[in-house]
Design a protein around this ligand. Structure first.
Ligand code: GLC
Length: 660
């Protein structure tokens, strides 16, 4: 409970219930300007301030002068509104104007209805129009998690999740994916994405392992910077430039199993036990690379370190981030993460997190409560005006550098690039490059796509766009089924192969018999199995085991084919049980997204296998998360391992002596 008891938000300065003295105090802090008379024929989109020819609206003026001019004109309420990020389901465009809200987001799955590009543009445009209608016409920033394409938007291209991009190790490819993602996102009027994840996961039991590029900080730095360049493009003011938000600063990939205090989570949002030397050596470098690449916002981590929650840690969010890394953009909090800083004391949590270095708070729902706490803290001096001006100045600086004041509304001409064949081809290429061949048998691959033999195909993941896309697809957690446009592995195989493909989700081929009823055995079978979609802590797994259903699928098809290929749809390494001992080839497809054709491209030899493990592949669950002195400590396959189509190691990493 706040020290000030329940307080109503002051609302627009001058409109208040109770606490009149506070209004007097606040209004004493407010700076007001004479009202500008707007000529009758002025277009409605041009606010009074623009007509007045104010310096902050002069695109030729230096950014810092524009920021200083605007700050000098703003009331306290207008400043506090700029520090507030609200989920679109909790605020109307009118309230954005009324409370001077500076930013709105769609959380995972936060789509308009219908979930179409035009509906997205209308939704975002309505919030922007409201923001521009305010006294100073400060444009708002609209943000989404476009983490593998514009993944909330139905029929947008869904690119492989970062774990697969990590397996490609290809910065040019990743930059191109960032560019395509930015275009599809900006086409719906959105200029801000909460990506890339720059975690360096050390324990693959973490449900967010697939959102990261890998366990090696150098790989994460290389690909994270490439993604930032792709998303933001050459010119941050371009309509197709989308502000990147490296996340979650810092150490989210180093938490220990069992340390999470979030409901039902085990390791997500837990405690990072790494000492400072390890934090600086392994978890900081990707941010240095991302800032070097031009990232101007960063999201703080839910996790905790030596000083408690990172969201309340001034050492990390100010001394390290601003001092050591010289970060010049703004820091945005994670979804209701401020509330966790001092559980049960919301006022104290707001004070501590703002003073630690959070500039923009993803509330995301109770924005009046937040504004009341924030306004109360300024009134009490627990948060200084100078700190408010610093935070708001950073936010305005980025908005100005993005050209939002000059071009706040969605461009008209990008919609046709959403789901374009060019972007689908790029995604298909990425899927092919991401596939890792762990095991094969002489002569098995590539399969002869011109063969007319019967080919048996099994597995619930073989013909399911939702499963092959994983979490953060159309909805926050993702789901199985025809959730968006794309090509499943079954569809791609059918299109590419001359074989008679007999498909059964559960591997039941009882009707596959000779005329006299004896079981037929096909030369080759493929089982596509793995993880069902999940996101964040809901994916924390203490077993990393295949489901019984999938194990049974492998067993059933094994008995009906001469040679068996298992394709794994998974966000991370899994523990391979004894059912894999008798498997002739193992392909890791990760979470390929909408373009499953890329997997058939490597199986059929159209593309060569080239993917390499971004994570160590553990031999057992007991060896997960342990510090390895040797890459093969507790491993079946070391990080960096991968085979070529004909079964040769792609470089000097070989299967560990216990590999199958
Ligand atoms: C989530 C995630 C974060 C995401 C944010 C907005 O809880 O932790 O990565 O950007 O909320 O969806």
């Amino acid at each position: 409970m706040s020290r000030f008891g329940p307080r109503r938000y002051l609302g627009r300065s001058g409109v208040v219930s109770g606490a009149t003295a506070v209004v007097v105090l606040l209004s004493a802090c407010n700076t007001t300007t004479a009202t500008t008379v707007v000529p009758a024929n002025t277009p409605s989109s041009v606010s009074a301030a623009a007509v007045a020819g104010d310096r902050y609206l002069d695109p030729q003026a230096p950014v810092d002068e524009r920021v200083a001019d605007l700050l000098g004109r703003m009331s306290l309420d207008e400043k506090l509104g700029q520090m507030t990020l609200v989920e679109k389901g909790s605020i109307s465009p009118d309230q954005v104007a009324e409370y001077h809200i500076g930013a709105v987001l769609s959380g995972g799955g936060g789509s308009p209805r219908p979930n179409t590009p035009l509906a997205w543009r209308e939704m975002v445009g309505a919030y922007q129009t409201a923001a521009l209608s305010t006294r100073l016409g400060i444009p708002m920033l609209y943000g989404v998690d476009a983490i593998h394409g514009h993944n909330n938007l139905r029929d947008a291209v869904i690119f492989p999740h970062n774990v697969g991009l990590g397996a490609t190790g290809d910065p040019e490819l990743v930059e191109a994916i960032g560019r395509a993602t930015a275009i599809e996102t900006a086409a719906t009027g959105i200029r801000w994405t909460y990506s890339p994840v720059l975690a360096v996961p050390q324990d693959v039991r973490w449900g967010r392992t697939y959102e990261a590029f890998g366990e090696d900080p150098e790989l994460v730095s290389l690909l994270g910077a490439a993604m930032v360049r792709g998303l933001q493009g050459e010119n941050l003011t371009a309509d197709t430039s989308v502000l990147a938000t490296p996340k979650h600063f810092v150490g989210d990939g180093g938490t220990a199993w069992g340390t999470s205090t979030s409901a039902g989570y085990q390791i997500d949002q837990g405690v990072t036990l790494a000492p400072e030397t390890d934090l600086r050596a392994n978890h900081l470098p990707p941010y240095e690379a991302a800032f070097e690449a031009g990232a101007l916002s960063v999201m703080a981590s839910y996790s905790s370190w030596e000083n408690g929650k990172v969201h309340g840690d001034r050492f990390l969010l100010t001394e390290v981030l601003r001092g050591d890394l010289s970060f010049g953009g703004f820091v945005v909090s994670d979804w209701a993460a401020v509330d966790q800083v001092l559980p049960g004391d919301y006022y104290g949590s707001v004070v501590q997190s703002i003073n630690a270095g959070i500039d923009l708070v993803m509330v995301p729902s109770e924005f009046e409560l937040f504004l009341t706490a924030l306004g109360g803290a300024v009134e009490q001096g627990d948060i200084t005006q100078a700190r408010v001006d610093e935070a708001v100045g950073r936010i305005l600086d980025v908005k100005i550098r993005m050209g939002l004041f000059e071009s706040p509304m969605p461009p008209e001409d990008l919609i046709n690039q959403i789901g374009s064949s060019e972007h689908r081809e790029l995604a298909r290429q990425a899927v092919a490059e991401s596939a890792v061949l762990l095991k094969t048998s002489p002569g098995l691959l590539p399969i002869d796509k011109d063969s007319t033999d019967t080919l048996l195909l099994a597995g619930t993941a073989a013909n399911d766009i939702g499963i092959q896309s994983g979490g953060w697809t159309i909805s926050w957690q993702g789901s199985s089924g025809e959730i968006t446009e794309g090509t499943t592995i079954y569809e791609a195989l059918t299109a590419a192969s001359g074989a008679d493909i007999v498909f059964d989700r559960f591997g039941r081929f009882d009707s596959f018999t000779t005329l006299d009823g004896s079981p037929l055995v096909a030369p080759i079978g493929i089982a596509v199995v793995g993880e069902r979609p999940y996101a964040e802590g809901r994916g924390d797994s203490g077993s990393l085991a295949l489901s019984e259903t999938d194990v049974e699928v492998i067993r059933r098809i094994r008995s009906r084919v001469d040679q068996l290929i298992v394709v794994l749809i998974t966000g991370r390494p899994l523990i391979l049980g004894e059912e894999f001992a008798d498997v002739d080839a193992i392909v890791v497809a990760w979470l390929p997204g909408s373009e499953g054709t890329g997997i058939v491209d490597v199986l059929s030899g159209l593309q060569a296998f080239g993917g390499r493990l971004p994570y160590t592949w553990p031999k057992s669950i007991d060896s997960v998360g342990s510090i390895r002195s040797d890459p093969c400590d507790g491993a079946t396959y070391p990080v960096g391992y991968g085979l070529s189509t004909d079964g040769l190691a792609l470089d000097d990493t070989n299967a560990c002596e216990v590999g199958q």
